[in-house]
Design a protein around this ligand. Structure first.
Ligand code: DX5
Ligand code: ZN
Length: 217
């Protein structure tokens, strides 16, 4: 059984000392760093851009998992690649460019590509894109803010995607994002999640290593 990976979301970290916080989670066993990029348009919140990602890049060797909650992600791919992104995830709900075109653009920079769905989006929308993906991101909260409650309907979606990935037979990561804590983590792992995003459940705890180990087991 592959060890589930933890991707702490820095949205829950202390923005006045992100470098130190990221080094601390790396030392505490984090597998990736999750960046929640919000444009104040696709979601009602404005968080951080490529410059911030770039400033964190020299503080850690961990893979950068960049979650673009933006209306025009296609216009920012290159800047996030140059900032050090290893994986860039866009949302299926964008209407400003064909999803397959944006997926190809991300792959053209030789970084990994993820596709995310909001809770109310039917999960079958990802089917045609699945063979081209490195990761599927299932939002288990309404995108826009950390610290929200896990939406239980997500569990059946995880099983659906897990089954589709098995049918394709390609190692596609299944990331679950939002409201992950010591109670919800085992539920999503059991359904097939391979990466857990955790903001509050890590950065709002005093011991990052214990917090992440609690999520893994
Ligand atoms: C929400 C973000 C999530 C969120 C996770 O739009 O995509 O990554 O920051 O935060 P928690 O783990 O606190 O729900
Ligand atoms: Zn996220």
């Amino acid at each position: 059984m592959k060890k589930v990976k933890i991707a702490p979301s820095i949205l829950a970290a202390d923005f006045s000392q992100l470098g130190e916080d990221v080094q601390k989670v790396e030392e505490s066993g984090a597998d990736l760093i999750h960046f929640d990029i919000m444009d104040g348009h696709f979601v009602p919140n404005l968080t951080m851009g490529a410059e911030l990602v770039k400033s964190i890049r020299r503080h850690t060797e961990l893979p950068f998992d960049v979650h673009l909650m933006m209306t025009h992600p296609q216009d920012y791919i290159e800047s996030f690649v140059n900032a050090g992104a290893d994986l860039i995830t866009i949302h299926t709900e964008i209407v400003t460019a064909p999803i397959d075109v944006v997926i190809e653009k991300i792959k053209s920079f030789n970084v990994q590509v993820g596709l995310a769905t909001r809770p109310q989006t039917p999960i079958s929308v990802i089917d045609p894109y699945l063979p081209d993906l490195d990761l599927v991101l299932l939002m288990s909260v309404e995108p826009g803010f950390g610290g929200q409650k896990f939406i239980p309907d997500t569990l059946d979606k995880i099983s659906y995607v897990d089954q589709k990935i098995k049918e394709i037979g390609k190692p596609i990561d299944l990331e679950v994002d939002g409201g992950i804590n010591e109670k919800t983590a085992p539920l999503v792992i059991e359904r097939g999640a391979t990466i857990l995003v955790a903001g509050t459940a890590v950065f709002k705890q005093s011991n990052y290593a214990d917090a992440m180990n609690q999520l893994r087991h």
